[in-house]
Design a protein around this ligand. Sequence first.
Ligand SMILES: Nc1ncnc2c1ncn2[C@@H]1O[C@H](COP(=O)(O)OP(=O)(O)O)[C@@H](O)[C@H]1O
Ligand SMILES: [Mg+2]
Length: 327
Amino acid sequence: MTAFTLLINIAVIMAGGVLMAKKYVDVSDFVTFLLYINIFTDPIRTLIDFTEQFQNGYSGFERFVEILEVEPDIEDKPDAVELKDVKGNIRFDDVSFKYKDSAHRVLRHINLDVKAGSYVALVGSSGGGKTTLCSLIPRFYEVTNGSISIDGKDIRDVTLKSLRNNIGIVQQDVYLFAGTVYDNILYGKPDATREEVIEAAKLANAHEFIEGLPNGYDTDIGQRGVKLSGGQKQRLSIARVFLKNPPILIFDEATSALDNESENIVKESLEKLAANRTTFVIAHRLSTIKNAERILVLTEKGIEESGTHDELMAKNGIYSQLYKWTR
Ligand SMILES: Nc1ncnc2c1ncn2[C@@H]1O[C@H](COP(=O)(O)OP(=O)(O)O)[C@@H](O)[C@H]1O
Ligand SMILES: [Mg+2]
């Protein structure tokens, strides 16, 4: 019996007691009345429960509709073309950028010419805009001024889908969804064959540990599945990118959260992945980008220094300071 029916019963019995004492009703009437009341309270309770559920459901539905109605900030132009046969030459032409709701510019007058297949590292203090600069290439945000082009085509003139198909991103945080290891790699190219998935895992140094899991490639991961280490998750995300096989790569602090041992394994597969692709690397530890063909030092004034590790060390400027601090 719920508190509601209990309360009604107590109230009725008390009222009945008073009425019987004053001889307004007799006992048999009162018992009949009590039986009716009990039959009557159930549907009332159901009705109250239903109203409550309906209200909860309705406000949930309203929120759902609100989210569905959000228009994406960035959309294809009506005459956008497919970005095809990408070589990977990337050019920033006087690019400035500020986030919508913020007053200050994160990037100012960035000019940058990156040849197809080269390996470029971005360094600079935290909050300097390295992640922001890289997120402009897949058009996660639109440049405020200037333009970015790939193989001479302005990225605003191509379809978002084809643009993003040509860019692979490996970040510090790896997004794995509930499902099997296999499904999580397949996400990189949904129409791939099983052979292609396994090949990608091998290239990413992931095949061996996957085979060691309870069900191999069909092992469940995610919330209720097996727990993977940070390095293992990172290798799955690298396998995804191998499978996608894009000509342009962005590694944003991909190894920053790993311990030394797994960092080395992950670094090895990242280097294999980067071969013959245009690659932007952001790394916390400067020792990991020492071999980059070009290192760009990003400050609030723009790209202040640019060159190889040896050139920048010889210059004795910002980079050499940063290098000495973080070693
Ligand atoms: N989504 C965002 N909205 C508003 N400001 C942001 C957003 N993301 C980053 N910022 C700001 O932009 C600046 C550059 O950030 P970020 O590109 O992440 O730097 P870095 O990667 O070099 O550490 C920071 O001041 C940061 O607070
Ligand atoms: Mg960052």
